[in-house]
Design a protein around this ligand. Structure first.
Ligand SMILES: C[S@@+](CC[C@H](N)C(=O)[O-])C[C@H]1O[C@@H](n2cnc3c(N)ncnc32)[C@H](O)[C@@H]1O
Length: 283
């Protein structure tokens, strides 16, 4: 990646100075997005970005040559507006955003999923449902990429929590951190679903407690993976298995609010500030 990429992407957030500097600093210091690109390198499947924030991943993906559909969801209307505006300004194709509260809903999707620095803001009681729904979305050639701090002793997690609390106090986040997941709980959840997971520290030059967790459907997956005669995956499931075990994986879109389906198909005027405000007011 050219060293100038963080600045190039940040320019699409002007004139919002806060978003501009956040994008520049985050992209220059955090190895997160490069780590995601690495995990996605063999996949051409559509990507669902859970808790997409201001849409930085969409910019980084396109700059890296990832051409599949990208769909971001978040429950922060102001961040979604920045995501829509910046990706429109950058003329990114096949990029869309929707207002979804992951504490109660999950968008219908088939393909890869990212969940980056989001879990700690979602009520802990919903973590298992969220991860199950993400696994239910996976196809054979796709990947679930989670970045999260893990609950363990040490100053890194204390610092991470303090910064997350400060972000809430400062107004950057619309919720404070609740609980960071335990590695053992995640491993148990992955094992129960028969998926393969790799855990790696991913901190780069940051002092935070961050791990990258890459999940794929393995041969032991209890998903029914059938191939039709053309080598295409069928998503048939046995009603007695996954579908009924994971009711949260049903398409739940209680607050779904399309922001932008495709920059080529939807005029910018269709994304009105009033819609964003209304979405916020519903929360
Ligand atoms: C630290 S930011 C990470 C943003 C983005 N994933 C990234 O890595 O650049 C956490 C994001 O999760 C979103 N979020 C938190 N709780 C959420 C919820 N219940 N439903 C949807 N999004 C949520 C926040 O609004 C915020 O954009």
């Amino acid at each position: 990646m050219p060293a100038s990429l963080p600045r190039t992407i940040a320019e699409h957030y002007r004139p919002h100075r806060h978003h501009y500097w956040y994008a520049r600093i985050k992209l220059a210091t955090d190895p997160l997005y490069a780590g995601v690109i690495d995990a996605l390198r063999d996949s051409r499947e559509p990507l669902l970005d859970l808790g997409c924030g201001i849409g930085l991943l969409a910019h980084w993906l396109r700059a890296s040559g990832f051409a599949a559909d990208y769909h971001g969801v978040d429950n922060d209307a102001a961040k979604l507006e920045a995501a829509v505006e910046s990706t429109r300004h950058a003329q990114l194709d096949r990029v869309s955003f929707t207002h979804v509260d992951l504490a109660s809903g999950f968008p219908e999707h088939e393909g890869s999923v990212t969940l980056l620095d989001v879990l700690q803001f979602v009520p802990p009681a919903e973590h298992a449902r969220l991860i199950d729904a993400a696994i239910d979305s996976l196809t054979i050639d796709s990947v679930l990429v989670i970045r999260s701090g893990l609950q363990r002793p040490g100053w890194r997690l204390r610092l991470t929590r303090a910064v997350d609390r400060f972000s809430r106090w400062w107004g950057w986040m619309n919720a404070g951190p609740q609980r960071y997941p335990q590695r053992a709980d995640l491993e148990a959840a992955f094992e129960a679903r028969g998926v393969e997971a790799e855990f790696e520290p991913l901190r780069g030059r940051t002092p935070f407690e961050n791990w990258l967790i890459v999940v794929r459907l393995g041969v032991g997956s209890n998903r029914i993976q059938a191939q039709d005669g053309h080598g295409q995956q069928s998503r048939e499931t046995d009603p007695g298995e996954v579908g009924n075990q994971h009711p949260a994986s049903d398409p739940i879109v209680p607050e779904e609010r399309p922001y932008r389906r495709d920059h080529n198909e939807v005029e910018h005027d269709d994304v009105k500030h009033g819609e964003v405000d209304a979405a916020q007011a519903e929360e």
